[in-house]
Design a protein around this ligand. Structure first.
Ligand code: ZN
Length: 407
């Protein structure tokens, strides 16, 4: 097979301001302007927000969780439905995590060995096993544009010996992920030329379908043949700066198309998170995308972008929305409070989203108090819009060369 038939995503930096970078990540399912916030679609669904709304909000890439999709509906089902893009009718880019974080956070009965992790399903208690190879195989089957190495998320707190042993295990697993990926990446959905990767009934079309959502059924195939998935490595090392440096250097030596900082937001103080992110970033290559996993608040995503992080994801905007917490340009608004019962103002007077253009705080408060499902939908749309807008403003500032990014 020709080498040109497996082209991974490419990344270019277009502007810098201090340590911050404005870049462009080109994937088989469209270009992503970085720094980017990635909405989390755990079960092939960003909770409460339809795909057409995500497109309207300008989401360029969303996440799926391998652990959850592996358990339900199962990788084979997703693969047969055209991978995640075809299954969930999402034409833009997708990233899947490896399942490592969920195995460690949702399974107290897990057993870790050199070979992999035995765990029990949080749904029915059934036993399962993930190895670097099987987690990568699952992600090839799900067919996201960017897939992640299977790592061990070190618990916090942990002593130095434990952190080192865990980091060493992640390094050995990273090598196995890379080897498996190189040997099997051509088995991915996009390499089977002549086969549509979407469910039947979709019209065959060129890449322009991606640019014109809402115009009838959308073709979810990648716009051109010759692309393959990209595999990102994950830096671990707990809260130890030296071990983070060593993990970064060894992960880079293995060679990935992007580098993530994992194992943070696991209960440590936020000041420590910032310190570890800042020190780890110094050891990551300039010319590859840098992904900080699982953060954060609007203030934090601005700060991390200013430090040079290119990609971030967090369940916070949607999870908080379901609990009646709105992020606004004027700070947090707990819409459930009685003080909003007759407030005719929009949730955020400075937000251009469809929710703020149409509905009042009084109405959103009423929906929440009445336990109407529309409350969760509208709150989620606003919060995601706020996060995505925040990141667009940050990118604009970087493009103008503004070093001090303000929230
Ligand atoms: Zn809004």
């Amino acid at each position: 097979m020709l080498q040109s038939q497996t082209v991974p995503a490419s990344f270019h930096i277009e502007a810098t301001a201090g340590k911050a970078r404005a870049g462009r990540l080109v994937t088989p399912h469209g270009e992503i302007e970085t720094p980017v916030f990635m909405p989390v679609g755990t079960l092939a669904s960003v909770k409460g927000v339809p795909q057409e709304t995500l497109e309207e909000l300008g989401a360029q890439i969303i996440l799926g969780n391998t652990y959850h999709l592996y358990l339900r509906p199962g990788v084979e089902t997703v693969r047969r439905m055209g991978g995640l893009h075809g299954f969930m009718a999402w034409p833009r880019a997708i990233l899947t995590d490896s399942g490592g974080f969920q195995v460690f956070s949702l399974n107290e009965l897990r057993k870790v060995s050199e070979e992999g992790v035995t765990f029990r399903s949080h749904l029915d208690g059934s036993p399962h096993f993930f190895s670097p190879e099987s987690a990568t195989e699952a992600q090839i089957g799900l067919g996201a544009d960017i897939i992640m190495a299977f790592d061990e998320c070190t618990e916090y707190p942990a002593d130095r010996g434990r952190v080192r042993a865990s980091m060493e295990l992640t390094q050995r697993w990273a090598e196995r992920c890379k080897r498996y990926f190189e040997e099997h990446k051509k088995e991915g959905l996009w390499q089977k030329s002549g086969q549509s990767s979407v469910a039947s009934g979709r019209r065959p079309a060129g890449s322009e379908a991606i640019e014109q959502p809402g115009n009838g059924p959308v073709d979810h195939r990648p716009p051109a043949t010759g692309h393959c998935q990209s595999l990102f490595g994950i830096v671990q090392g707990g809260m130890d700066r030296e071990l983070r440096k060593e993990s970064a250097e060894r992960t880079i030596a293995i060679g990935f198309q992007g580098y993530a900082i994992g194992g943070l937001s696991v209960g440590e103080p936020r000041a420590l998170t910032r310190e570890i992110v800042e020190s780890t970033l110094e050891h990551l290559p300039e010319d590859k995308p840098r992904y900080l996993m699982g953060v954060g608040t609007p203030e934090e995503i601005v700060e991390y972008a200013s430090q040079g992080v290119d990609m971030m994801d967090c369940v916070l905007p949607t999870r908080a929305a379901r609990h009646g917490l709105l992020f606004t340009s004027e700070g947090k608004v707990s819409i459930k409070q009685a003080r909003y019962a007759q407030d005719q103002n929009p949730p955020d007077p400075n937000c251009g989203c469809r929710v703020c253009q149409r509905y009042s705080r009084a109405y959103l408060r009423h929906l929440y108090a009445s336990n109407e499902m529309l409350a969760q939908v509208l709150n989620s749309i606003h919060n995601l819009s706020f996060y995505l807008d925040t990141m667009r403003r940050v990118r604009h500032s970087i493009s103008l060369g503004e070093v001090r990014l303000s929230f």
